[in-house]
Ligand binder design. Structure first.
Ligand SMILES: Nc1ncnc2c1ncn2[C@@H]1O[C@H](COP(=O)(O)OP(=O)(O)OP(=O)(O)O)[C@@H](O)[C@H]1O
Ligand SMILES: [Mg+2]
Length: 421
């Protein structure tokens, strides 16, 4: 069937032809279909059976343009193939944290998946000050499982190279290259920020040493084909409740540097941390306890990820005949290599986190915890802090010893009350 942009009124007829959807929804004679309406790129529908409303699915369709902008921003539908492939791959590696795909149709650029009815977008939960007891544990497990098993530490070299070739996603990578690594570090017309943000705060990101660091991170993003990444792992791509955590929306998936997913996620916990002064005080609460919890998530995600990644690596090598360094079991060389590997991964993570902090402050893809603050002065102060932290992480990424030092830099940024000279 030729591609057709479906709507809430035409989607039902399409779904009724599919046994895999019938198995999920049961009685499909009458369906309730609503477009969710909050995706930037795609159309997302909740579909339920009127006779059995507890049975429901989510359908996502990519059109050949960006939903939020319309036909003025064309974008091929290739992203739906990338998303379907990545959802299936990540679900195979970490089923407890990835929605099940029931049906994927490449010709229609459409995916039908598990409806996470009892889960909320994490960014919204963090704005409301909700504590999720198992969050760091779940997210670090997801990161370790997906990032380790896509890499040369696990896959055969040939399989991995084929995977790199078959997951090329150049259009969406270009969006990241521009929006995360380029525009925040220059005066780009698409940049957006509080009208009260002092020019001096923006210009700190134009310093040659900062632009050098951003260009180095961009190069790493474009050339370090280390593992299959989610590619857009911010807190709007995570759905949560008190007991469960799911990662959705991997349409930016491609083979890139391991630290990219980790760094993006940490940066979004840091924007949440640095905006709590506003969020909690608006809710009539002290910001202090929730900020402490958010910093625990930053350290818990990094430490949990690093520990599990190393454990997967050691476990795999213990039962393989040939390890990455060969068949000799030279414990000292192995330990040295693992230490150097994790050291570089940590620096990469911090560099990517810094670029994400910069783009979430100055770039066009804004985050609600900052952009929705109506008081221009209050918003500008938070922007000064996120930009300060971005600059410190970029410049110091190769010298910061451990995650505790990152938390200390975050606390120093939080204490700022204006732009540093
Ligand atoms: N499996 C799901 N279960 C429940 N809700 C979902 C599911 N998938 C998506 N949603 C809802 O639909 C919204 C948009 O989905 P998604 O982020 O995948 O779309 P997108 O167009 O790719 O958006 P983005 O601008 O983030 O790229 C999510 O924020 C979430 O509220
Ligand atoms: Mg998306």
């Amino acid at each position: 069937m030729d591609f057709k942009a479906l709507t809430a009124s035409t989607l039902g007829d399409y779904l009724r032809t599919l046994p895999s959807i019938q198995a999920q929804l049961g009685d499909m004679e009458a369906l309730d279909i609503v477009e969710v309406g909050d995706g930037n790129l795609n159309f997302v529908y909740f579909v339920s059976s009127r006779a059995q409303p507890e049975r429901s699915i989510v359908v996502k369709q990519a059109l050949p343009y960006v939903r939020l902008v319309g036909e003025d921003w064309p974008l091929t539908r290739h992203r739906a193939d990338r998303e379907a492939h990545a959802l299936r791959r990540f679900a195979a590696l970490c089923p407890q944290h990835v929605p099940v795909v029931f049906h994927a149709d490449s010709a229609q650029s459409l995916i039908a998946m598990q409806h996470l009815r009892e889960h909320l977008i994490l960014r919204k939960g963090l704005i409301s000050g909700v504590v999720y007891p198992q969050l760091a544990d779940h997210l670090s497990t997801y990161l370790a499982q997906t990032l380790f098993h896509g890499s040369d530490l696990y896959l055969d070299a040939d399989v991995k190279k084929q995977a790199v070739a078959s997951t090329i996603n150049s259009e969406l990578c270009k969006i990241t290259e521009d929006l995360i690594f380029t525009y925040p570090f220059e005066d780009h017309p698409s940049n957006l920020y509080s009208k009260a943000l002092p020019r001096a705060a923006i210009e700190r990101l134009h310093q040659p040493r900062v632009r050098l660091a951003a260009a180095q991170m961009k190069w790493a993003f474009m050339n370090q084909a280390e593992t299959l990444l989610h590619g857009d792992l911010h807190t709007g791509s995570v759905m949560v409740n008190q007991t469960g955590t799911y990662v959705i929306d991997p349409e930016f998936a491609y083979y890139g540097p391991i630290g990219f997913d980790v760094g993006l996620l940490l940066a979004n916990f840091l924007t949440a941390y640095l905006s709590q002064d506003w969020q909690r005080v608006q809710a009539g609460q002290s910001a202090v306890p929730y900020q402490a919890w958010l910093l625990e998530q930053v350290s818990g995600v990094w430490t949990g990820f690093a520990d599990q990644f190393l454990a997967l690596w050691a476990g795999h090598e213990a039962q393989a005949t040939t390890g990455f360094m060969g068949s000799g079991r030279d414990a000292q060389s192995l330990a040295l290599y693992r230490q150097a590997f994790m050291r570089r991964l940590f620096s990469d993570t911090l560099g990517f986190a810094a670029c994400e902090l910069a783009r979430r402050t100055l770039g066009m893809a804004q985050v609600a915890e900052i952009a929705a603050i109506p008081d221009a002065q209050a918003r500008a102060l938070i922007e000064i802090r996120t930009l300060h932290l971005a600059e410190q992480l970029l410049l110091q990424r190769e010298h910061i010893g451990d995650i505790a030092a990152v938390l200390e830099l975050a606390r120093q940024a939080q204490a700022l009350d204006g732009v540093a000279a």
